[in-house]
Ligand binder design. Structure first.
Ligand code: HEC
Length: 97
């Protein structure tokens, strides 16, 4: 494996698998197992298409005060949150089985 550089833009493939799992399980508990919404808003490509990328990344990292959306900064770095939002905007991958 190639050593991560200081400002690696993308998580490595092992971490990507962990993030997919985390989103499907932990985020899915509020946003729905298919991410089509539940207590939280839908996180489908369709729903996010016209929303600002940076705002969505900030929501994942810092949460939305006054709502049930918690901050994830202790578990997900900013780069990782960017990766997750990019995947969500393209249609989130299924968990590998
Ligand atoms: C405890 C419930 C809960 C969990 C767990 C949760 N969310 Fe949320 N999330 C919400 C709620 C509620 C909102 C809507 C907040 C509002 O009213 O603006 C939201 C909003 C969002 C938004 C903004 C959507 C938009 O259209 O503006 C994104 C992106 C998001 N969540 C991503 C995530 C991700 C990624 C995770 C997992 C790392 C996650 N959420 C976990 C409850 C949750």
């Amino acid at each position: 494996m190639i050593a991560a550089t200081a400002d690696a833009a993308e998580p490595d493939s092992a971490r990507q698998r962990e993030l997919v799992r985390l989103v499907r399980q932990d985020c899915g508990s509020c946003h729905g197992m298919t991410l089509k919404g539940g207590l939280g808003l839908p996180l489908t490509a369709e729903a996010l298409r016209d929303k600002p990328f940076d705002g969505l990344v900030a929501t994942v990292v810092y949460g939305r005060p006054g709502t049930a959306m918690p901050p994830w900064k202790t578990m997900i770095s900013e780069n990782e949150a960017e990766w997750i939002v990019r995947q969500l905007m393209q249609g989130f991958p299924e968990e590998a089985r």
